[in-house]
Design a protein around this ligand. Structure first.
Ligand SMILES: [Zn+2]
Length: 210
């Protein structure tokens, strides 16, 4: 599965949805007390599965802060993604994915960011493009907040309506001037939420009508 995550990041790079060192991803199996997250500052199109950082979640109850579990592979020389607070909050409890895997993907898809920059409300696109909502629930977007901050994590969790049991009300949230965060039970399912929204945003921008 970690190799699939590497394939996803290479595909995101190929589609121009990230530059080399952007984007991050985490994955958790429901029966484990830890999750894996991409390291900081590496070229994501060349990610290898042994670069992922292992993060402890539970140890006699839920942890308030993430703890890195160091390993003897390439990841030992790397630091976890700066967006760790964003991923940790979403991975700490599994909520509606309690019998499954949970994957959190953060990318910078071009047309979705362009649409937000132009003032288009992503959640409103559902009205004109009902296909979007068949498989993807879009959260209200997050405004201008600094990247790799606890504030960004808090705003995204609030927009997704993350509750104390790890349930979320939406599949994807946009962050103005920055990117999106998407969640699902496989890497490619999470990717498809981004792809679906990106496609609609491209159509809207091509039409010149917003
Ligand atoms: Zn980012």
């Amino acid at each position: 599965m970690l190799e699939t995550c590497c394939d996803l990041l290479a595909e995101a790079y190929r589609r121009n949805w990230i530059t080399s060192r952007d984007g991050n991803l985490s994955i958790r199996y429901h029966d484990r007390d830890h999750f894996y997250i991409t390291p900081s500052g590496v070229r994501k199109q060349k990610m290898q599965y042994d670069m992922f950082k292992k993060i402890r979640i539970a140890n006699n109850g839920l942890r308030e802060f993430p703890e890195v579990i160091e390993q003897d592979d390439i990841s030992g020389n790397l630091k976890p993604s700066g967006e760790l607070p964003l991923h940790f909050g979403l991975q700490r409890e599994m909520g509606q994915h309690s019998e499954d895997i949970r994957v959190v993907v953060h990318l910078h898809p071009t047309y979705t960011i362009a649409a937000m920059h132009r003032g288009i409300v992503l959640q409103d696109l559902v009205k004109d493009f009902p296909e979007l909502s068949r498989y993807t629930n879009v959260a209200p977007s997050v405004g201008d907040v600094a990247p790799i901050s606890q504030e960004l994590a808090d705003h995204c969790h609030k927009a997704l309506e993350l509750d104390e049991f790890g349930n979320i009300a939406y599949d994807i949230v946009g962050i103005k001037g920055h990117g999106v965060v998407s969640i699902d039970t496989t890497p490619w399912r999470a990717f498809e939420h981004i792809e679906r929204l990106e496609h609609i945003c491209q159509i809207v921008l091509a039409s010149g009508v917003s």
